[in-house]
Design a protein around this ligand. Sequence first.
Ligand code: ADP
Length: 259
Amino acid sequence: LPGIDEVRIARTAQRIERKLIAVASGKGGVGKSTVSANLAIALARAGRRVGLVDADIYGPSQPKLMGIEGKRPEAHDSKLVPLATAYGVPLLSMGGLVEPGQAIAWRGPMAAGALGQLVDANWGAAETLVLDLPPGTGDVQLTMIQKHRPAGAVIVSTPQDLALIDATRAIDLFTKAGIPIIGVIENMAGYACPHCGEVSDPFGQGGAQAAAGVLGVPFLGRIALDIAIRTASDAGTPPAAGNGPEGAAFIEIGRQVDE
Ligand code: ADP
């Protein structure tokens, strides 16, 4: 059947053309989803056509972060159609594949299948997909690395030792698979007291930068622990979409990732 090979070649070409950027962390709660959303918006503001894939099966939070909680994607010609957001970044989330509030207790193959549906969706003109991965080094990460071959990985860590040990493990997973590390981001670094302005370091400071140096991977920058980031995130208005100081660090990181 001559037609089938052509379709397959066209599909493969399409996949290679669309650059995947995996955002990973060794453990949960370090700000991986926050960074993914803001990085995608920063790239869009830099003129890229970007889509966002929320592959975090344990806590799909992108619909809330991007202000479209409760909306469910439709399928067209058996492909999912990403949901539009107010920030020029279409989104598909694992959370959109199950009933709201329902726990996702999928086995590896099901999670891998769902990831495939999100990545091979109807992304239209999007040239880059930012992938918010689950924390750690499990099935979804392996499938993503083996099947979808991201162009590179961004690793998010807090400056704390425990987070850094886990981040090092994540870096190791990508490096062994031949996926380049685009760089490490140190999140929740330094807290400016909203009352007196004094900066303190609840999770330490500089640890991720030092670890990046030891591992020989680029350091992309530091994002402060800032109440404005948390409240904007909870409100579905990511800081990178605004012009406030808390969004500036994300815009700068986006500029580096874009290079
Ligand atoms: P992960 O995806 O790694 O589990 P999240 O991005 O969901 O982490 O972040 C966990 C919580 O920390 C969220 O409530 C988020 O708003 C908050 N958060 C993340 N980064 C920052 C930051 N730099 N300053 C303040 N709060 C942050």
